[in-house]
Design a protein around this ligand. Structure first.
Ligand code: SOE
Length: 394
């Protein structure tokens, strides 16, 4: 029997567009998906670049107006990979048109937008997902299994650093990621949000936070992105950086565990060092995205004299998703996290159930981001407000 098809329309086609396009193409190759994604059309403003991207990434057609894409009745899913300031408008329009939605993180510019987006997907009964991709690393999923299975016992500490350095040069241009009105926030929403998602996924909700932020370079030459995280200066003019370059915060979890977090784009030498360590009464784990297939584990009941961290390679068949690829030890990479996420999304659409993380997670994450910003501004401890019914906040 022919597999059901799910027809995708993607808005945006740069860095994340490439990661998503690749995932749609590869997912049926490795996984037994419940439907086959069809790359119907992409949308963007620059026709020449759009045409080239569509050809290169394998999309059937393109639209220079995203509204046209949403109107098309040969599209089931709208995939949003645009800068953050357009997320709310596009997602709400897509939900009103009855399209299922997959969207890049952070969900929105602020909590108010995130709430409207959440309401729109609920009201229109569409499937929704937010791309917090690091949850989908097999080693991270294995940590979740260890915690849920009680292997680490009561959890005391979650310690996360997300370290990058791509904007350290003061001449690196003022790209959209450095403008509050387009990005919402800086290191906080771009990379700190990933650590918050991992923390929520692994340990549950945060109760309160106390934060500080800093913008080290306050003005930069005007410029634009050229692909990936590369950029070029486009004029001699200087413009104001309106987001944080770095953030550090303390958190208390509802479970009683405490968290220490740092997210910065000024950690020279660290290109994409997304890492965490968790300490529990029966053991500890530590993980680092730059070595993503490995997991350091320590178990307090290891034989005396043999105790300490040891490294396991999470590519055995029993490690989540890993069995779909190669034999153990034949490692996978960054792009595979998107394949896993899209696998869950496609199956969610076919089975009419929401995968996680979805807009509810996006909104809860946004609530943490807002509390961190307020705490840094007021030099206060901030409680994370419950924007959702109490039943959904636990
Ligand atoms: C840039 O900091 C970036 O591409 C983020 O936007 C992504 O979410 C992260 O996964 C890698 O770094």
């Amino acid at each position: 029997m022919e597999k059901k098809e799910i027809r995708i329309g993607m808005i945006g086609y740069q860095f994340m567009g490439k990661a998503h396009s690749h995932a749609y193409r590869d997912v049926p190759f490795f996984f037994d998906t419940k439907a086959k994604p069809v790359l119907k059309a992409i949308a963007g403003r620059n026709e020449e670049a759009l045409k080239e991207a569509a050809e290169k990434m394998g999309w059937e057609s393109y639209e220079t107006d995203w509204k046209k894409l949403i109107e098309r009745d040969d599209i089931d899913v709208i995939d949003i990979v645009t800068p953050n300031d357009s997320h709310a408008e596009i997602a709400i329009a897509a939900a009103e048109a009855g399209k299922h939605i997959i969207i890049e993180k952070p969900l929105a510019l602020n909590v108010e937008e995130a709430k409207r987006m959440y309401d729109a997907v609920k009201r229109n009964n569409v499937i929704h997902m937010v791309c917090y991709t690091y949850r989908f690393v097999p080693a991270v999923q294995y940590v979740k299994q260890l915690i849920d299975g009680g292997r680490l016992g009561r959890i005391y500490h979650f310690r996360a650093n997300y370290l990058q350095d791509f904007i350290m040069d003061p001449n690196f241009p003022l790209i959209w990621r450095l403008k509050k009105e387009i990005a919402g926030s800086g290191s906080l929403g771009d990379i700190g949000a990933h650590s918050i998602d991992l923390a929520r996924y692994l340990l549950g909700e945060l109760e309160e936070v106390s934060a500080m932020t800093e913008t080290f370079i306050k003005e930069r030459p005007v410029g634009e992105m050229t692909g990936g995280l590369r950029a070029r200066t486009s004029s001699n003019e200087m413009g104001k950086v309106t987001v944080d370059d770095a953030v550090a915060f303390l958190a208390r979890f509802k479970s009683g565990a405490i968290g220490t977090f740092e997210a910065t784009r000024f950690a020279g030498g660290n290109r994409n060092k997304n890492k965490f360590e968790i300490n529990g009464e029966k053991g500890s784990v530590r993980w680092d995205m730059e070595n993503m297939n490995n997991l350091d584990v320590y178990f307090a009941d290891d034989e005396e004299g043999m105790q300490g961290f040891r490294t396991i390679n999470c590519t055995e068949e029993l490690h989540p998703y890993a069995g779909a690829y190669w034999s153990a030890g034949h490692i996978i990479g960054y792009e595979h996290t998107f394949i896993h996420l899209i696998y869950e999304f496609i199956n969610g659409v076919v089975e009419n159930r929401n995968p996680v993380p979805n807009f509810e997670d996006g909104l809860k994450n946004q609530a943490v981001l807002a509390a961190i910003e307020k705490s840094a501004e007021d030099k206060s401890w901030e409680h994370i407000p419950s924007y959702l019914p109490e039943s959904l906040m636990n």
